[in-house]
Structure formats: C-alpha cells, structure tokens
Design a binder for this molecule. Structure first.
Ligand code: 9D3
Length: 246
C-alpha cells in the first residue's frame, strides 16, 4: 500500500514514520509513505498557502489553488488514489474505516491547518475524517492516527497477523487485564486465578473481566458487542449488584 501525506509541515512526519511499527512496515515493503509539501504546489513568488476569510472573521483559510494542484498531480499519477481530508467536520474515524482503508492500494491524506480549508475542496476529494470531538491545531496528528491504524492491519505487519484474523478476534469489548512478573509488586498481587494454570477457568475469568470493564468504563460499547446468552446473564447480574462491587 502507498500512503501520501499532503501537509504544510512535512518535517512533522519524519520521526513518527521512522520509528517502531511504521518503520518496520516500510522495511517489509508492506507500505510506502510519501510526504508532500503543499508549498511545492504554489505558483506565486512568495509561496502563499493561506489567505484572509471572505466575509471577515478571525484566522486564515487555506487557499484552494495549491490544494487542487496537488490533488490533480496525484490523480494524474494514479487515477485510483483515494483522497481524504482530515477535518473536524468529517465523520469520526473507526476501526471499520481503518479496515476499509487498509484494503486500498493508494491513499492520500490531506492535512488542513489554520482555521480551515476553503470549502470548495469538497468538489475534489473523496471524503473527510475526524478523529474525535476535541480541537487540535491541524490535521497532521489525525493523519498519523489514520496511518498507524491502517498500517498495522496490512498483511505481514504485526507478526504475520492478517486483517481477517484481526476481524475474527474483534469482540467489541474492552480487553481483560494483563500482568507479568513479579507476582507481587508493592503489595499489589497478581490475581491468583492466573497463577493456578487452569486454562478453562482463566478463559472464563478473562471474559468476565472484559464484560465487567466494558460495563463500568464503556457501557456504550455493549450495544454493538458480540454477546453470548451467558455474557448477557453476567451483565444483568452486574447491573443488579450495588455499584461498589461491580
Ligand atoms: C479554532 C477553530 N475552530 C473553531 C472551534 C475550528 C477548527 C479548525 C481547524 C478546529 C480545529 C482545526 C484543526 N483540526 C483539524 O484539522 C482536524 C481535527 C481536529 O481538530 N480534531 C479531531 N479530528 C481532526 S481531523 C482534522
């Protein structure tokens, strides 16, 4: 897969793309990243990329011409490229969308900055994505979130784990708690069930921990989770208990 990042701050991406899983994915040739400097697509003497908003108001707006010039160059090189603008106005990026994007050959992520992008960009892109309801200064961090979520799903990237396998493991619940040595740390013991070595009991305990944590921390997830009749009974028993011993 190829992922292009169109930005006013190309340097922003150097280190994150050169570390850990993202570097490994490039070494494996599972993915190729190209960081494109939007300023390279200006044609005026001063390489201007922003301007004052029509109608007045605070801040600056990203100009349409360099954006469209960069988009045209990308589409000319590869008519199949999917072009997504990172924008607070987009739908929230989900794991389902990560899987969908991981199936593409070529993705171009456009990072906005300043107060926003000239709205006419909507005629030139394939979609928008937000990463959630908080205000960032630009689309660069959201683009990295998309890059990370998509790249880890590519075949061969995470210890041979393919996205099909990943999908079947997806429960829609929070994970059970993890522990490693030492068995006791500053008076905090590892749950005895994990030390006893009865794998059926461990599996049942982990499932209940997942259900209980999801119930307490992210009850919104339960509506979409894959739950067995026993899971549902356990959740009802939790709901019936007083809050402190859930
Ligand atoms: C201060 C201006 N804001 C009015 C409340 C509008 C605004 C414009 C541009 C807010 C943020 C940004 C820059 N953010 C992004 O480009 C962005 C973003 C985000 O801020 N949060 C979550 N997802 C995304 S995707 C792109």
């Amino acid at each position: 897969m190829r992922i292009d990042l169109l930005t006013l701050f190309p340097e922003f991406f150097r280190s994150p793309l050169s570390e850990s899983m993202l570097q490994r994915a490039q070494d494996l040739t599972a993915v190729e990243f190209r960081v494109i400097n939007l300023r390279d697509y200006t044609t005026d003497r001063h390489h201007v990329v922003d301007d004052r908003p029509f109608g007045g108001g605070p801040g600056m707006v990203m100009k349409i011409e360099p954006l469209v010039a960069a988009i045209r160059a990308a589409r000319q090189e590869d008519p199949e490229v999917k072009i997504i603008l990172l924008s607070p106005q987009g739908p929230v990026f989900t794991q389902d969308q990560a899987r969908e994007l991981a199936g593409l050959k070529h993705l171009l992520l456009i990072c906005g900055h300043y107060e926003g992008v000239d709205d006419r960009i909507k005629y030139y892109i394939d979609g928008m994505l937000s990463i959630g309801d908080y205000i960032l200064t630009g689309g660069e961090i959201p683009a990295l979130a998309v890059v990370d979520a998509v790249t880890r799903l590519l075949p061969g990237v995470l210890g041979g784990e393919g996205s099909a396998e990943e999908e079947s493991f997806q429960t829609g619940l929070l994970e059970y708690p993890h522990y490693t040595r030492p068995r006791e740390f500053e008076g905090h013991a590892v749950p005895q069930v994990l030390l006893d070595g009865n794998h059926r009991v461990i599996e049942a305990w982990r499932r209940q921990q997942s259900l209980r944590r999801t119930f307490k921390r992210r009850p919104d997830l339960l509506a979409k989770a894959k739950l067995s009749p026993e899971d549902k009974k356990f959740i009802e028993s939790l709901a019936a208990r007083p809050e402190e011993d859930r």
